[in-house]
Design a protein around this ligand. Structure first.
Ligand SMILES: Nc1nc2c(ncn2[C@@H]2O[C@H](COP(=O)(O)OP(=O)(O)OP(=O)(O)O)[C@@H](O)[C@H]2O)c(=O)[nH]1
Ligand SMILES: [Mg+2]
Length: 494
């Protein structure tokens, strides 16, 4: 449709001064127009300044964390976040409660499974899951936990105690359902190479969840709903800052938009589990402090204190109905990483203030390593974690493989990867605290690593020896010479 030229222009008519405008009205109108122009120019200037700052801003630093499962990668991210971007750590802290509850319940049900074996004609139902020890699977013939029952140290009171604790199995299942696949420590299909990416190159990047998506966002939302309900507020009220943050990533939105119904299911599971945990608090404490129970665990060579995510020493606090995780609890909590997680931090202090860091935290189990390769491109540094306390342990996913040996194979593969030839490698020889404890109680390195020969069986000597092995591998396998940076670390204060 065309407009005839003598039809008045509606836009011009709209901004034309009104007819019969008085001088006072005209003055007011001109003032308003001048103010509008000033605001518009101010916005233009602001946009220009932001564009300039964006251009000047240094590119983000990209760090990839590598290492076998349970080497401490995610714990390193938490430490990093706590030290340099504490507000984002704080925003996520409450969401860890469900993970810590699951860690606690898992320890208890694992101990219950071990104790049940002390009652040969036991009427105590043995659950199929979880495994006897989160570090071990229960079908292993060599498993120390499957020692044949001898004259039992336990009596009917223990039997009753275990029965009273049986609701924890439902709580465990509810928490596992709520937290999803990452809550399951068993990794299937892990047999094979230490560096499966070598035969799986050039795969597209796997779907990456950010630290603020998935389970954390879901649980944060759940908390938000609960808070709203507690406060008698509707869903439209302003949510805490971290929930806005959770909703800005598409991935979290996509996952969480499923349905309110599903989230309510999650909420019910987590909250119901918390109630069960609170009601079992004194029985859990009684179990853990019972001398006969400790003697059975000792006899079977089981050391729950060394399990990842061990909270039984804090049972009264963690099982309290008003429990909120502390910083330290979050660092000690264990949740397996699935796929590759991208963490984005803006430094809040130090000389790097304002600088953006991207940290990629990978799943370290053998079956998850094929997903690493796409992240080797365009990376500034790799922090490689090798837990050196594990010299006498085997992989959860392949019981034939010694954990230290697996770390070494992985390190050699990373050192020799051509795509990483110019990338700075930083080695964390981690879990030094556990190494110290292990050697102090008499475990001998030479019994597991014959080339250790007659060196002193203390932590500094063992760490020095392991460090030397990793350094030699770097020199031997790097496509071109590069410096060796290594640190002895304990990323958890124990
Ligand atoms: N005592 C002690 N525990 C540690 C140390 N580093 C990590 N842990 C614990 O070991 C467990 C596993 O650590 P994570 O950081 O989850 O391991 P990960 O490398 O991310 O494992 P995946 O996600 O399976 O690849 C957690 O419960 C940590 O608290 C350490 O230096 N000392
Ligand atoms: Mg992890």
């Amino acid at each position: 449709m065309t407009r005839s030229l003598d039809t008045p222009d509606p836009l011009a008519a709209a901004i034309e001064p009104p007819e019969n405008e008085t001088p006072a009205e005209r003055w007011a109108r001109e003032q308003a127009e001048a103010e509008a122009r000033r605001i518009s120019e101010q916005i233009d200037d602001q946009i220009k300044a932001e564009k300039l700052a964006m251009r000047k801003r240094k590119p983000p630093i990209k760090v990839l964390l590598l290492g076998q499962s349970e080497s401490g990668k995610s714990t390193t991210v938490k430490n990093f976040q706590m030290a340099y971007a504490y507000s984002s750590f704080l925003a996520e802290r409450a969401a860890w409660r469900a993970v810590i509850h699951l860690n606690l319940v898992r320890s208890v049900t694992s101990i219950m499974n071990i104790l049940a074996q002390e009652f040969p004609a036991s009427s105590i139902p043995l659950d199929n899951e979880p495994p006897l020890n989160p570090l071990e699977e229960d079908d292993d013939e060599d498993d120390k936990a499957s020692v044949a029952p001898t004259a039992s140290l336990l009596d009917e009171t223990h039997n009753l105690l275990i029965r009273r604790l049986s609701p924890l199995r439902d709580a465990q299942r509810a928490l596992e359902r709520s937290l999803g696949a990452a809550s399951n420590e068993e990794v299937n299909g892990g047999h094979g190479s230490a560096a499966p990416w070598e035969s799986a190159k050039f795969r597209p990047r796997e779907f990456a969840v950010t630290s603020r998506s998935g389970w954390k966002a879901a649980l944060n939302r759940v908390r938000g709903m609960r808070d709203d309900a507690d406060n008698g507020k509707g869903g439209a009220t302003e949510r805490p800052k971290h929930q806005h943050r959770a909703s800005i990533t598409r991935t979290s939105e996509a996952r969480n938009s499923d349905s309110r119904h599903e989230l309510e299911g999650t909420e019910l599971g987590v909250e119901r589990a918390a109630e069960v945990i609170t009601s079992c608090a004194s029985d859990m404490h009684a179990l853990w402090t019972d001398t006969a129970v400790r003697a059975v665990l000792d006899k079977r060579g089981v050391r729950p204190e060394e399990w990842p995510g061990f909270f039984l020493n804090d049972v009264k606090r963690v099982a309290d109905k008003d429990y909120q995780p502390s910083d330290d609890d979050v660092v000690r909590a264990r949740l397996r990483t699935m796929g590759v997680q991208e963490h984005r931090f803006i430094f809040e202090k130090g000389s790097e203030t304002g600088r953006e860091w991207l940290i990629y935290d990978v799943g370290g189990a053998r079956s998850l390593r094929h997903a690493w390769y796409p992240y080797f491109d365009d990376i500034n540094a790799i922090i490689f974690l090798a837990p050196i306390s594990c010299f006498d342990e085997t992989l959860a996913e392949d019981k034939r493989v010694n954990r230290l040996q697996d770390s070494m194979q992985l390190w050699k593969a990373v050192c020799s990867t051509k795509l990483l030839a110019k990338v700075q490698l930083i080695l964390f020889l981690n879990k030094c605290d556990l190494l110290q404890k292990k050697l102090a109680r008499g475990v001998r390195v030479v019994d597991w690593i014959p080339t250790y020969h007659d060196r002193p069986n203390d932590a500094p000597s063992a760490a020095k020896y392991f460090r030397g092995q990793f350094k030699d591998a770097l020199t031997k396998y790097s496509p071109e010479p590069r410096s060796f940076y290594s640190y002895l670390t304990s990323v958890v204060v124990s």
